[in-house]
Design a protein around this ligand. Structure first.
Ligand code: SF4
Ligand code: SF4
Length: 335
């Protein structure tokens, strides 16, 4: 019987392939967005449509728009794709644990490359489960702070004022400018995070990312989980050692932690066939690549539905975009 192509691919290769493909897509979208911004700022007369996918880099704006959606039933007209992507990512966490962090997020991708490099250089350090839990506290505190400032303390009126403000309108352009011309402070912070990720794998994701903290909370509800068969386990500890989230896999029957990214590296490391597997409730087994495939499918499905419902491209006129970008160019939009 012919092998499925997926059986020839290790979980690490599947993961690297999905991460690299999405990173390439983002680079292409980033280039198109750069051309759009040049037009919008009056630096070029060649109009290039804005790629809506760049709005995925505005999770706080999307979080605020999500509250408005819940209270008013209205979709955000300024960054509609950002809200669609945000809901897709929440859905992904509910269904597929932190698959977004493991397969889609570009920061997760860079973190995984740095983790490999740190391991090769021999400077990567593992933490025990207790230390890992303590290290994850800051990101929950940051999440609580963001949630308080941008959601809890804002009523619908102030949310609408923010969403329709010139500042929010050009928030993605300001994000691009930030990455194209980072300040010395930003470069220093990036350098610290980079070195930190070599020593403590996934430093940003595990310690500081408030988006990841939100997904961790939702991922606890996910029906999909890695399960260990204690009857066949030889207690070698390879799974625990391989886990980038520092989870004590060898001591768990079901990995229910919200930190699990579904990366399947524990499954790949296990020497006993079928001792570890991705499972649904009732212990029904799924292929190791199912979380990767599920994440891609969720993204594609939400993109298709958003296109069909007209909540992907902004309905606001391009003349408005250009006017706000001109305001940004002459320094009229600073906060
Ligand atoms: S438990 Fe397994 S699937 Fe979950 S993060 Fe750790 S290695 Fe990846
Ligand atoms: S790698 Fe497999 S056999 Fe070894 S401790 Fe983990 S589950 Fe058990």
């Amino acid at each position: 019987m012919p092998h499925s192509p997926f059986r020839l691919l290790s979980p690490a290769r599947v993961r690297l392939g999905v991460q690299a493909a999405y990173a390439l897509f983002l680079l292409y979208a980033g280039w198109r967005f750069f051309l759009y911004v040049r037009w919008a700022m009056g630096e070029s007369e060649d109009f290039v449509p804005k790629p809506p996918s760049v709005e995925g880099f505005l999770p706080i704006s999307a979080l605020i728009a999500f509250k408005r959606l819940l209270f008013t039933g209205q979709w955000d007209p300024v960054h509609p794709a950002g809200l669609s992507i945000f809901i897709a990512v929440l859905g992904m966490a509910l269904l597929l644990r932190k698959g977004f962090c493991g397969y889609i997020c570009p920061v997760g991708f860079v973190s995984s490359l740095l983790a490999r490099l740190g391991t090769r250089l021999g400077i990567a350090r593992r933490t025990g489960p207790r230390a890992a839990r303590l290290l994850s506290l800051p990101k929950y505190l940051l999440l609580a702070q963001f949630a308080w400032i941008s959601v809890v303390s804002m009523d619908v009126e102030s949310i609408e004022g923010f969403l329709l403000s010139p500042y929010n309108f050009v928030a993605d352009t300001r994000m691009l400018q930030f990455f194209l011309a980072p300040s010395n402070t930003a470069i220093t912070v990036f350098a610290v995070l980079g070195v930190g990720s070599l020593v403590l794998p996934y430093f940003w994701c595990r310690v500081l990312c408030p988006y990841g903290a939100l997904l961790s909370l939702l991922a606890r509800l996910s029906p999909v989980a890695v399960r260990r068969d204690p009857a066949t386990c030889v207690d070698c500890g390879r799974c625990t050692h391989a886990c980038p989230a520092a989870l004590p896999v060898q001591r768990l029957e079901r990995v229910s932690s919200g930190e699990c990214m579904g990366c399947a590296e524990c499954i790949a490391a296990c020497p006993v066939k079928d001792c570890l597997s991705v499972t649904l409730p009732g212990k029904r087994r799924l292929p190791a690549w199912s979380i990767a495939a599920g994440c891609v499918l969720v993204l594609l499905a939400v993109w298709g539905v958003a296109q069909a419902l007209g909540i992907w491209d902004s309905p606001l006129p391009q003349s408005m975009a250009r006017r706000f970008h001109m305001m940004l160019r002459i320094g009229m939009i600073t906060h």
